[in-house]
Design a protein around this ligand. Structure first.
Ligand SMILES: [Mg+2]
Length: 303
């Protein structure tokens, strides 16, 4: 792969798309989790969810394993739920030797059922989820850079789900980024859970590998992955997960936080409107810097 390739990697929920804000049927990210948990595990599940401090941007496998370790009886409750609803949950195979994995599949499927009524374009033109402030302008600015001959790609790294992300981009009328690494691609990987959740940099390596493959490279040696990172940046809304991942990977971090002022932070920048990033990418100086192959740190003026 050409080493002049730039890559911006984005978290999805509350970074690209405002999924916390409920849709026309009053269901947002938190509600969908709460409703699914209550359906599968009943009141005891709802209590455990509260006891573990709510969602906290946990990936499904991580959430389920936290719930089950909070209350061991929940595993049996979930199995009973699966048996009662196996017609509707027909794509799931319950594995007694992998209860956490099995419960996670039930949970993810149920969550998608809950989201189904909200997702996409509704009569009257209402779209859910909406893009975060200025995000479509950022997508436009990336397309413009590409049209001007800058090799720049974008990728999504999310603990959410690919069909959800796909439908969102369709509703926005924008093409889906070529690389989408969501929980759907990651949760089956046979490795310790810590490696499969943010802030594990293994996830970023998987994103890079996918991009490399799109450029015709079967393997991505770590040395090359490291070199690629000079021209990468990562954007997210969660400092502990997204920000820490970027720090560990040695790439600059853009912290999207609505309601704050633009400021420099350790290893990156903090901003509340994507228009700021879009404007910077549209700047003539940025174009010249990218043509010259400068690093992402130089382009964003991050020490
Ligand atoms: Mg997020």
């Amino acid at each position: 792969m050409k080493h002049n390739q730039y890559l911006l990697v984005f978290d999805f929920d509350e970074t690209m798309a405002a999924t916390k804000k409920p849709g026309p049927h009053n269901i947002g990210l938190r509600d969908a989790h709460q409703i699914s948990i209550k359906r599968i595990f009943g009141e005891r599940g709802a209590d455990s969810f509260q006891a573990i401090g709510g969602l906290q941007n946990r990936a499904p496998l991580e959430l389920v394993s936290a719930l089950l370790s909070q209350d061991l009886r929940l595993q049996e409750t979930a199995k009973m739920y699966f048996i009662r609803n196996c017609g509707r949950l027909k794509n799931i195979q319950w594995k007694d030797d992998d209860p956490i994995g099995s419960v996670t599949e039930v949970f993810v499927t149920e969550k998608m059922f809950v989201y189904a009524s909200e997702l996409g374009k509704h009569p009257g033109g209402v779209i859910w989820p909406e893009p975060c402030k200025g995000f479509l302008s950022l997508l436009d600015s990336l397309r413009e850079l590409k049209e001007k001959g800058i090799p720049i790609d974008l990728a999504i790294l999310s603990a959410g789900h690919t069909p959800f992300i796909k439908k969102t981009f369709k509703a926005w009328g924008y093409p889906l980024p070529k690389v989408v690494l969501s929980d759907d691609e990651v949760r089956y990987i046979n490795c310790p859970i810590e490696r499969k959740i943010k802030p594990s940099t293994f996830l970023l390596y998987l994103v890079q590998k996918r991009l490399a493959r799109l450029h015709g490279k079967i393997n991505l040696p770590l040395k090359d992955a490291k070199e690629m990172r000079l021209k990468m940046a990562y954007f997210g809304d969660d400092l502990e997960r997204d920000g820490e991942l970027a720090r560990r990977a040695g790439i600059p971090f853009g912290w999207f936080t609505p309601g704050t002022i633009f400021q420099a932070i350790d290893n990156g920048i903090r901003f509340s409107d994507w228009q700021v990033i879009a404007n910077h990418l549209r700047d003539e100086e940025t174009f010249v810097d990218m043509l010259a192959g400068k690093s992402m740190r130089e382009i964003f003026g991050i020490a």
